[in-house]
Design a protein around this ligand. Structure first.
Ligand code: SF4
Length: 433
């Protein structure tokens, strides 16, 4: 039997970023994890296509099973692949975030949907398939640390990508932000520290990205993990929440273990907006202090902001570039609020008839797909593009780079490169004038 694994991407997103798309994207672990769950010897051949850097070819050969993983914005590409392979006689399986949120929709394009984590469901499906009795739906969120496998990174096609491996220690987060799609997919379930360390050793790398959505969320676990990372002498980055910036013991342990950067979803400079979406840390007046504290431990901060919350006004949004610059971040990103199906926010907006389109290909975080409270969707889109443009003026690019804690060493070139990359690629080039 032959098997094809596809990680689908939104065609438009890949197209607008052009050849830099793959270079700028982190290596996805999705396919490597799925591959590692397949019993050895079950298939004569397994092909892998990450659409971010490869093309899906329908007629290259016949595949008995095609598995497609995708997020909401890439669901249209994914369904196109599913339909094409079904027409050619393949058994098609869908998984990933969007299929988990809307399994009935996915089932219109495939034979089986795997909802949630694949660790237990995928082996169960493969056994049923071999026995000639595959079910249409598998849903098992009760994954425990012993279910985790080491991702089969060596089986992935070597395409140009950011050459820093990614790893996950805990895919979950205990916070409950209304717009967050992570919670639909994963529960917190930290891997044994020894397993994480063994996997890092096997990577033989000096730099690493932890994909954990909230690395420091389970404080004691984070401290234990960081103590074990220290002897490895690697440099790493991950995601954090703003309260990390008040915990000096945690910040020092992070630096000592090699942490040099954190990405924080600051989301808004309005406490009211954060309250409205259930964000736990809402003290926006403390952001500057939080960033200064993290910097004082030698760690850089990439701050992410969302435009379009209900209490956002045009004036506040237009003031963002200067206000964000004043925070002293090393890098910043902006996104339009996007109510993904499966989230509380989607439920709420759908109930209030505020969802403007169910064309999932537009759920890219680059445009309003809902009716904002205080401005039109068109105006929100204009302001979003204007904010990116002004936040990435050369003045701000250089100011961020040369005031960073990284300015005293060679990382400054990485930071400058990232700032310039965002200047040119942070926003769809159709809108860059
Ligand atoms: S803190 Fe981040 S990962 Fe956790 S629920 Fe909120 S948005 Fe999601």
């Amino acid at each position: 039997m032959n098997l094809l694994l596809i990680h689908a991407w939104n065609e438009k997103e890949v197209a607008y970023r052009g050849k830099f798309s793959a270079l700028l994207s982190y290596p996805s672990l999705t396919l490597a994890v799925i591959y590692s769950l397949i019993p050895e010897g079950m298939f004569e051949k397994i092909d892998v296509v990450d659409e971010n850097s490869q093309k899906v070819k329908y007629d290259k050969e016949h595949y008995d099973i095609v598995m497609v993983s995708f997020e909401t914005s890439s669901s249209l590409s994914a369904y196109k692949h599913c339909d094409a392979f079904r027409k050619r006689g393949s058994y098609v399986v869908c998984g990933g975030y969007h299929a988990t949120a809307l399994p009935d929709e996915a089932l219109q394009h495939c034979d089986t949907v795997i909802c949630g984590p694949a660790e237990r469901s995928l082996p169960a499906f493969l056994t049923d398939y071999q026995n000639g009795r595959p079910k249409t739906l598998y849903r098992d969120f009760n994954v425990c640390p012993t279910d985790f496998t080491v991702p089969a990174r060596d089986k992935m096609t070597k395409h140009k990508k950011l050459n820093i491996p990614g790893i996950t220690a805990d895919r979950g987060c205990f916070n409950a932000c209304k717009y967050c799609s992570m919670r639909t997919m994963w529960k917190s379930c930290p891997r044994p520290v020894a397993d994480v360390v063994a996997e890092i050793r096997s990577l033989k790398t000096k730099m690493l990205i932890f994909y954990d959505p909230n690395f420091f969320g389970k404080r004691e676990y984070a401290l234990e993990l960081m103590a074990a990372l220290k002897p490895l002498k690697i440099l790493w980055v991950s995601n954090a929440t703003a309260d990390f910036g008040y915990d000096h013991e945690l910040m020092q342990a992070a630096y000592d273990s090699g942490c040099r950067g954190v990405l924080i979803g600051l989301e808004s400079l309005s406490a009211q907006s954060l309250t409205g979406v259930g964000k736990r840390f809402r003290e926006t007046d403390k952001y500057k202090e939080v960033i200064r504290n993290i910097h004082s431990h030698g760690i850089a901060v990439n701050g992410c902001f969302v435009l379009g919350f209900d209490s956002d006004t045009e004036e506040e949004l237009l003031a963002l570039p200067e206000r964000v610059a004043d925070l002293g971040l090393d890098l910043c990103r902006f996104a339009v609020l996007t109510p993904y199906p499966g989230t509380k926010l989607f439920e709420e907006y759908d109930r209030d008839n505020r969802i403007l389109t169910r064309n999932w290909g537009r759920y890219t975080q680059h445009e309003a797909v809902f009716r904002p409270a205080n401005l039109t969707p068109e105006r929100l889109n204009e302001i979003y593009r204007d904010v990116w443009k002004r936040a990435y003026s050369w003045k701000h690019v250089f100011r961020r780079t040369f005031s960073s804690p990284w300015r005293k060493n060679a990382y400054i070139f990485i930071l400058l490169g990232a700032n310039i990359g965002f200047k040119f690629l942070g926003i769809d080039k159709r809108y860059r004038k």
